[in-house]
Design a protein around this ligand. Structure first.
Ligand code: KIV
Length: 270
């Protein structure tokens, strides 16, 4: 049996040149990672969105490096081919270049990630440059940056209007010039995402940024339909797992109460 080869940061970067769209899904544990990996997703992002979907917080700000390391290691165990990226949490890397180096090193040494992701534009370029200089691939993230939710006053589309769109474009260029190998574009108009995708030489991975990016990312629980009440415009639900899990759980309760589970087929004999 031939061994499955890991997708690397340079191979992800080269997909822009070959015109192969990059597929990214968030993952936070071994079981989901195995399923997404076997299905052929290119990259598993251990997003700090776990603060919301796993930990039940109202935003990502309380997530720590220890949380990220724990979940990244779980995901890494399930990824045979997919490239694994650890999202650096709020205030683990913004505070100084040495903190960015330390957090990135931890993500690779303890979390077994193959790259890190950082939110930020021009002001973060030197941090990215320093981390790349020691051999750690960095995925950038510009546009709507959830770690700046307090400053934005909510999760609002960024880069509308001439001044704001120029700012996002400059941020994207600064992060690409600093040596990032890929760039998440979150929550920006599709026309701006198209322009950035043309003007930077690294792949853009869109979320809520239209179809012209070099790849797309979705939070796995959104993609799988785990939140029936939450439907932002950019999310497409490819399954209805909330309903399926609800129905399965109700059936289990009913069968245990009625005594039809476990039956002979699910029981052992002496
Ligand atoms: O934390 C996350 O899941 C992310 C993606 C939505 C890009 O940053």
């Amino acid at each position: 049996m031939s061994e499955v080869k890991k997708l690397t940061a340079p191979q992800i970067e080269a997909m822009k040149v070959s015109g192969t769209k990059i597929t990214v899904v968030t993952a936070y544990d071994y079981t989901f990672a195995r399923i997404f990996d076997a299905a052929g997703v290119d990259c598993l992002l251990v997003g700090d969105s776990l603060g919301m979907v796993i930990q039940g917080r109202s935003n990502t700000l309380g997530v720590t490096m220890d949380h990220m390391v724990y979940h990244t290691h779980c995901v890494a165990r399930g990824a045979k081919r997919a490239h694994v990226v650890c999202d650096l949490p709020f205030m683990s890397y913004q505070t100084s270049i040495s903190d960015a180096l330390r957090a990135s090193g931890q993500a690779l040494k303890q979390g077994h990630a193959e790259a890190v992701k950082m939110e930020g534009g021009e002001e973060l370029a030197e941090h990215v440059r320093a981390v790349v200089a020691v051999g750690i691939p960095v995925m950038g993230h510009v546009g709507l940056m959830p770690q700046r939710v307090q400053q934005m006053g909510g999760y609002k589309i960024q880069g509308r209007g001439r001044e704001q769109s120029r700012k996002v474009l400059n941020d994207a260029k600064a992060i690409a010039d600093a040596g990032a190998y890929a760039l998440v574009l979150e929550g920006i108009p599709m026309e701006l995402a198209q322009k950035i995708t043309k003007e930077v030489n690294i792949p853009t991975i869109g979320i809520g940024s239209g179809p012209h990016c070099d790849g797309q990312v979705l939070v796995n629980y959104d993609l799988l339909g785990m939140f029936p009440d939450l439907s932002p415009k950019f999310v497409k639900k490819y399954a209805s797992l909330h309903q399926d899990i609800d129905a399965a759980t109700r059936k289990f309760i009913e069968e245990v109460r009625s005594g039809t589970f476990p039956d002979e087929a699910h029981s052992y004999h002496d």
